[in-house]
Design a protein around this ligand. Structure first.
Ligand SMILES: C[S@@+](CC[C@H](N)C(=O)[O-])C[C@H]1O[C@@H](n2cnc3c(N)ncnc32)[C@H](O)[C@@H]1O
Length: 267
């Protein structure tokens, strides 16, 4: 998982990393003024605030299991003067959301870490009104993501999730996701290929700080002895330098936007 507000480094932030993805997701969701929006795994709440700005006669509610992220999300929403937004420190898998309250559940890379995805999406579905929409952005497979391939080749180590830890690619396979969502009570599942680069910082030093902060990078580096970790750090610096353009360090990436509808009663 990426860093959240309590750990971000100067030069880069998760919102900056995903600036291109964010635009694509915002357009795909198409918030409406009266929408009541639930943001799953909202982190520091950029997407929740976006929802609240457009849903001016509706509302936006963000939940996240990270207490510091929720605190930061509240501060940022307050600083923006938004009155129709709220946040809660909660586990979206089991939280007792108000039933049939929301028109729309969204997520920007916040739904890939559920222990029991069918139960989690069923719980989210119960919070949606019948025929309410789910629109989430998730990573495609690691090997389709240049950033993941580059980091793993620099540091070495098993593929994400192999050790049973959080797997950012757990919703990469469309047939598996279709089946999870069907079992959780969703229909009309559709996938849109998102091919946009991620931004790792204005220069190599900032990008290196940023990438070394990823939980997956930290886990991989922890498995190495000090000399091997130093060599891995050097290889990482080289690969980041090879991706430095005039406007910073960028890597190719592939994501899905997955859209679905909660079943109407009786369908
Ligand atoms: C990659 S971050 C994305 C954060 C945010 N959506 C964004 O785009 O800035 C994933 C987020 O999902 C949250 N998360 C993971 N499992 C969760 C769960 N079961 N319930 C709520 N939040 C969860 C993490 O704490 C983390 O903030």
């Amino acid at each position: 998982m990426r860093q959240t507000a309590d750990e971000h480094t100067p030069g880069t932030s998760y919102d900056a990393e995903l600036r291109r993805h964010n635009e694509v997701l915002r357009r795909a969701v198409g918030f409406q003024p009266h929408d009541h929006v639930l943001d799953i795994g909202c982190g520091t709440g950029q997407t929740t605030r976006q929802a609240a700005r457009t849903a001016r006669a509706g509302s936006a509610f963000g939940v996240d299991v990270s207490a510091p992220a929720i605190e930061r999300a509240r501060d940022l929403a307050r600083a923006d003067g938004l009155r129709n937004v709220a946040f809660e420190h909660a586990d979206a898998q089991v939280h007792r959301f108000p039933q049939e309250r929301f028109d729309l559940a969204i997520s920007r890379f916040g739904t890939m870490f559920f222990g029991d995805p069918v139960a989690a999406f069923a719980n989210i579905g119960r919070a949606l009104r019948p025929a309410g929409r789910l629109v989430m952005m998730v990573w495609q497979a690691g090997e389709r993501n240049e950033w993941d391939v580059a980091i793993r080749q620099s540091i070495g180590g098993p593929v994400a999730g192999a050790s049973g830890g959080p797997d950012p690619f757990s919703l990469a396979d469309p047939p598996a996701v279709r089946e999870i969502l069907r079992a959780a009570g969703f229909a009309d599942v559709a996938f849109t290929d998102v091919h946009e680069p991620v931004y790792y910082g204005p220069d190599v030093a900032a990008a290196l700080d940023w990438v070394r902060g990823f939980m997956s990078t930290r886990e991989l580096l922890k498995q190495l002895d000090p000399a091997a970790a130093t060599r891995a750090g050097e290889r990482l610096r080289e690969v980041l330098a090879a991706h430095l353009n005039d406007d910073g360090v960028w890597f190719d990436s592939r994501a899905w936007i997955v859209a679905a509808r909660r079943h109407r009663a009786g369908t």
